[in-house]
Design a protein around this ligand. Structure first.
Ligand code: NDP
Length: 368
């Protein structure tokens, strides 16, 4: 594999969120996992980068249902260092070429794909074909078609697929959803969400390369705001409108979007206003209800999210969102239930993303 630059996510506070969502039954799954219901399931991480090293591997030190059992990397020295740090046996280290032989490794039940976006599809499908359940990071893939192929491949292989939307395990996001559902402050009148960070980094970074990233801040950061509106309301947007973009540095952002603004229209006529950026530190949800506002800011951090309601501050003890997320998925594998954050969630978000990109090109309202 070619050498590439590790990116730096300056200004992006790395921290963490709880939640119990609805689960639905799936067909018979993982004989492998079902044969060891009381044991921790083994997770192999594919791609030992910033998120894997800063969040996922540390979060796996606190999981009850799964543990870090394998590593897949293009850099043997780094993999060996990780193996020593996390006590991973050398027989469970793979590279991108011999990855498929993971099929013969009973230590690995779940593969967690934490690669640049354009590689998500290939490694999800290869993992499923190797008989492993899969967690794939967001955004799920670069096109809706690719996302659908990933869902189909996992279904065909009879494996579970989940997307790394840790928001489903964030107490603040869950509380906002509860407030909406119970109409604690009446009906929702307006919803705004923004997510971004300063990404004025190396022009060679994969996030600025369309072929590897698929898009810019919209796909990387904006997807959280799409999730927030869909997760809170439980509704699916039917159209996007008022779509526009700005480029603070056209040379740096020559391949991908920098700042994107859009409105999402829901079936009942309700509109959510969203913004993503690679040139602003943004992380907020503002929800106006009939009897007052709920503000969550920061809304999308790993840790340290904060919220206020008309009754005062929201107060939740800190959680490690990724620990809850992985434990929930491992439990789903063990008890043979579909994840509350299945591949279909990623497909739905990418449908919105594609509509927004169509809106940027057409300057018109676009159906999702
Ligand atoms: P990094 O660039 O830090 O890491 C990506 C890793 O992928 C690299 O370290 C490398 O691992 C591997 N890789 C394989 N091929 C390539 C290639 N051609 N170019 C670059 N890397 C390659 O990215 P992040 O960790 O920040 O992001 C990875 C994924 O995680 C993305 O999908 C991102 O959206 C998602 N993410 C999710 C977050 C969340 O909150 N849910 C937060 C941050 C990221 P190796 O050297 O071991 O081969």
């Amino acid at each position: 594999m070619e050498k590439y630059q590790q990116l730096s996510r300056r200004g992006f506070i790395r921290a963490g969120a709880i939640g119990i969502g609805t689960l639905s039954l799936t067909p018979a799954l993982s004989a492998l996992a079902l044969n060891k219901p009381d044991k921790k399931l083994g997770i192999a991480i594919v791609g030992l980068g910033m998120y894997a090293g800063g969040q996922i591997a540390p979060a796996l030190q606190h999981t009850q249902n799964c543990y870090l059992a394998g590593l897949v990397s293009g850099h043997p020295t780094k993999a060996a260092e990780w193996a020593a740090k996390y006590n991973v046996p050398s027989k469970n280290i793979y590279n991108y070429q011999n990855f498929d032989t993971i099929a013969q490794n009973p230590d690995i039940d779940i593969v967690y794909v934490i690669l640049p976006v354009a590689l998500h599809k290939e490694y999800t499908i290869r993992a499923a074909k190797a008989g492993k359940h899969v967690i794939c990071e967001k955004p799920m893939a670069v096109t809706v078609k690719d996302c659908e192929e990933m869902v189909a491949a996992c279904k065909k292989a009879n494996r579970l697929l989940s997307i790394g939307y840790r928001m489903h395990f964030d107490p603040y996001a869950l509380e906002l959803k509860r407030i909406y559902q119970k109409q604690v402050y009446g009906k929702l009148k307006a919803f705004e969400a923004a997510n971004g960070f300063f990404y004025n980094t190396d022009p060679k970074a994969w996030r600025l390369n369309k072929a590897l990233a698929g898009g810019g801040s919209l796909m990387d950061m904006g997807i959280y705001t799409i999730q927030a509106a869909r997760f809170t309301t439980g509704m699916e947007p039917v159209a996007v409108m008022n779509v526009r973009q700005e480029k603070t540095n056209p040379e740096l952002f020559k391949e991908v979007d920098d700042k994107v603004f859009w409105d999402m229209e829901f079936p009942n006529g309700f509109v959510a206003k969203c913004k993503s950026s690679y040139s602003d530190q943004l992380s907020s949800v503002h929800a106006e209800f009939e009897r007052g506002n709920v503000d969550v800011k920061p809304a999308f951090y790993y840790n340290g999210n904060k919220g206020t309601t008309p009754d005062g501050p929201m107060n939740f003890p800190p959680v490690i969102q990724q620990t809850l997320q992985m434990d929930d998925f491992a439990n789903c594998v063990k008890i043979n239930k579909k994840s509350q954050v299945p591949g279909e969630e990623g497909v739905k978000d990418m449908k919105v993303v594609e509509a927004i990109y169509r809106g940027l090109a057409s300057g018109k309202r676009e159906l999702v």
